[in-house]
Design a protein around this ligand. Structure first.
Ligand code: SF4
Length: 146
């Protein structure tokens, strides 16, 4: 063991024996509070079991675009933004980054408000991505409900 390693071990030992107990004793922020303060403002939020299940379902998407064939011309005309009314965006774009998801809230809401379209799109999906359930979860996760 060289001097540098010994010094590092000594520092860790002193921190564990003196610094951390004193910090706890005098009410400094605990690890969880400091973790939340560091990561929550960047929307790096804890994942629930449901989050994991929905992301696994979304990961079945092959980005083949077959589900987009469920969008009819009248859907496109009614939607106002036909390029944003594509069910394939749910697994292939919106579920890819939960950090950026709030910025897509309007598009997720537009898709989630069309359950009949999403059910028709699900029937076209070769890997069985549950698009309607995915839209509901993404809507809740984006904070764009209501
Ligand atoms: S049909 Fe299924 S696999 Fe293909 S893009 Fe749509 S959700 Fe993804």
């Amino acid at each position: 063991m060289d001097a540098q390693s010994l010094l590092s071990d000594l520092k860790l030992g002193l921190r564990a024996v003196f610094v951390l107990p004193l910090r706890r004793l005098f009410g400094g922020p605990d690890g969880l509070a400091r973790f939340e303060r560091s990561f929550f403002p960047e929307r790096l939020l804890p994942m629930s079991l449901e989050d994991g299940a929905r992301l696994r379902e979304a990961s079945r998407c092959l980005a083949c675009g077959a589900c987009d064939a469920a969008v009819t011309t009248s859907d496109e005309n009614a939607g106002g933004h036909p390029e944003r009314l594509r069910p394939s965006l749910l697994p292939s774009v919106f579920a890819r980054s939960l950090v950026e998801l709030p910025f897509a809230g309007g598009d997720v809401r537009r898709l989630a408000s069309r359950p009949e379209l999403l059910r028709a799109a699900e029937r076209l999906c070769p890997t069985g991505v549950p698009l309607e359930r995915l839209a509901g979860w993404l809507l809740r996760r984006s904070g764009a409900e209501g």
